[in-house]
Design a protein around this ligand. Structure first.
Ligand SMILES: Nc1ncnc2c1ncn2[C@@H]1O[C@H](COP(=O)(O)OP(=O)(O)O)[C@@H](O)[C@H]1O
Ligand SMILES: [Mg+2]
Length: 266
């Protein structure tokens, strides 16, 4: 089966400045293609427009110029072909874990009760939450809540996953566990992934390619291939190729942070 790719073609996004009649350009001529089943990380300093780019592909933010397309179709709004995962797991606190995961497919209403139960327990199992279906979110750790968030999206089986710093609020150890879980899920069940992060290690560990964004206005500055073998795990970080790429990205990002602090390029 051919899996949907993402194309960003000459994208500008401008927002109105509060209280003023002018606009501020947040994304400037973004061109990027993510092939079907490819895992691309979008890396850049805070405020450079990463979330705006992801929200544009998700259909939450319209472009001022240019066009985004998923699977060859122009993006005109949110759709079931794209699953979005945010830093905040975005789960309903009053629903059990199983009800949270069942929510999307039950709204669609295509599955019988039994099919739905089977599907939910399959995805709970895949994210390591077998046996937790009856728990309420407040009984879970941050990492487990993020597992629920992942299962909630995966249960709809979207060909495209858009992930906006999904592990950004987790402690370092849990974060690595979640990165390894995502690698494992993706190895078994390839999807087209755009993963936003400001963490170099995370981008290199996960991505086939890393697109580096510049600070204000956000542009794609460099796109790097990450030629590390898969399947990958935490140990990939000790690979000399990883260390070399990390060094390169560190200097690229540091240049961008300098621009932010000195206001250069505005
Ligand atoms: N809806 C909006 N209206 C006005 N400004 C916005 C809006 N969304 C984001 N911005 C601004 O756009 C810039 C980029 O934001 P964002 O995409 O969230 O960056 P990142 O995710 O890289 O940290 C920021 O300066 C932010 O304040
Ligand atoms: Mg962001």
């Amino acid at each position: 089966m051919r899996v949907a790719g993402i194309v960003l073609d000459g994208i500008d996004v401008e927002f109105a400045k509060p209280g003023a009649k002018t606009t501020v350009r947040v994304l400037d001529d973004i061109n990027l293609e993510v092939a079907g089943e490819e895992f691309v990380c979008l890396l850049g300093p805070s405020g450079c427009g990463k979330s705006t780019a992801l929200n544009l592909i998700a259909g939450f933010v319209p472009p001022t110029r240019g066009q985004a397309a998923v699977d060859g179709r122009p993006v005109t709004g949110p759709g079931p072909d794209r699953g979005v995962v945010f830093q905040d797991a975005n789960i309903f606190p009053w629903m059990t874990v199983a009800k949270n995961v069942a929510f999307g497919p039950s709204v669609q209403g295509r599955l019988s009760g039994r099919e739905l139960d089977e599907r939910v327990s399959h995805y709970l199992d895949r994210v390591g939450l077998a046996g937790f279906g009856d728990h309420l979110p407040h009984e879970l750790s941050g990492g487990m809540r993020q597992r629920v968030g992942l299962a909630r999206v995966l249960v709809n089986d979207p060909p495209v996953l858009l992930m906006d710093e999904p592990f950004g609020a987790l402690d370092a150890q849990t974060r690595i566990t979640m990165q390894e879980l995502l690698l494992e899920l993706w190895d078994r069940d390839r999807k087209t992934v755009l993963f936003v992060t400001h963490d170099i290690d995370e981008a290199l560990l996960l991505g086939d390619r890393v697109a580096v964004m510049s600070a204000r206005p956000g542009r794609i500055k460099t796109v790097l291939d990450v030629p590390l073998p898969r399947p990958r795990s935490y140990d990939a970080m000790a690979d000399p190729a990883f260390v070399e790429l990390k060094n390169r990205l560190f200097h690229e990002l540091r240049d961008e942070e300098r621009h932010v602090h000195t206001g250069e390029g505005e």
